[in-house]
Ligand binder design. Structure first.
Ligand code: GLU
Ligand code: ZN
Length: 306
């Protein structure tokens, strides 16, 4: 008899920020996340990342749902981060944080003084408030990052990225000085709480992944599998793009565009199998069977423990 380790059922999610109309680029990420979950028979979650209330547009929730439905994408559960604040507060309490009253200007000045440009693309907080800050201003909360290096591997590309928490990342903000919880904290808490096993999202979040993994580890959460997909820059047929760059999905929907043609463009824009010869008009079910046929090339790997 062959003994196999129990496989955790796949739970995936699409996590849009309802700050405006969904563009074709978001739609492609939504499609790929959905395909990945469904091909593994998993549960799919739609999670609105709406913590930054100043940027949220009330109409965007409904517009996003309609856009997804129009394309033929579905989900088993819907949540919004704005209704889960106590969870983020509880997680924050479990972490070693300190108040920071620094302004952007103070941080920039300190970095110039300390000679040397910031490491990487993003400014690393130079730790001004690590030992206390007494300015009489509302304070953000920063995480005192552990002194170690975190490495991640992407399940889709096989790429590995290592970041030293002190020198590449720095003590980062988990709660802004207006009380808004940081995306990095919320995403990690939610993925763990919702049992998300597989994250498929835009490549713009690849370099933020080590800090999210560091938070997971500090909070004792399991590490999901990560897949980052390139951001879409152009369209194969340029037929949709002709209107004005990358139009919001809503505009195509209202103009009477066929969702099957949009799906074909989205799938074709990957420029790779299994969709390199996708017909001009397809359904999500057809894309799913194409994906299914190729999935043995991209098996769900067993959880790698680090
Ligand atoms: N809400 C994020 C965005 O719209 C995505 C977060 C994630 O997938 O982890 O870019
Ligand atoms: Zn500070």
């Amino acid at each position: 008899m062959v003994m196999t380790a129990p496989v955790r059922p796949v739970v995936g999610r699409f996590a849009p920020s309802p700050t405006g109309a969904m563009h074709l680029g978001n739609a492609r990420t939504a499609l790929l996340a959905w395909l990945h979950t469904r091909v593994h028979g998993g549960r799919h979650i739609l999670r609105f990342e709406d913590l930054d209330t100043g940027r949220v547009r009330d109409w965007a929730y409904d517009a996003t749902r309609r856009d997804l439905e129009w394309l033929g994408l579905d989900w088993d559960e819907e949540t919004r981060q704005s209704q889960r604040l106590p969870l983020y507060a509880a997680a924050l309490d479990r972490l070693d944080t300190y108040p920071c009253t620094c302004t952007r200007r103070e941080i920039a000045a300190a970095m110039q003084d300390s000679a040397g440009a910031p490491h990487g693309e993003e400014a690393v907080y130079p730790g001004l408030c690590r030992d206390g800050c007494d300015a009489d201003r509302p304070a953000a909360r920063r995480w005192r990052v552990p002194d170690r290096t975190v490495c991640i591997t992407d399940d889709l590309t096989g790429a590995t990225l290592c970041q030293s928490l002190p020198s590449d990342v720095g003590d980062f903000v988990l709660q802004r000085n207006d009380g808004v919880f940081a995306y990095h904290l919320a995403v990690v808490v939610d993925d763990a709480d919702m049992g998300v096993t597989d994250i498929l999202r835009g490549a713009d979040l690849w370099t933020a992944t080590p800090r999210q993994v560091a938070l997971q580890e500090a909070l004792g959460f399991p590490r999901p599998r990560y897949r980052h997909v390139p951001l879409m820059t152009g369209f194969r047929g340029e037929r949709l793009a002709k209107r004005d760059g990358a139009p919001p999905l809503m505009a195509l929907r209202k103009a009477g565009e066929e969702p099957g043609r949009v799906l074909s463009e989205l799938a074709g824009s990957l420029g790779a199998s299994p969709f390199d010869a996708v017909p001009d008009e397809v359904t999500t079910a057809e894309l799913l069977s194409l994906w299914q046929a190729s999935v043995h090339f991209h098996p769900v790997k067993s959880r790698s423990q680090t």
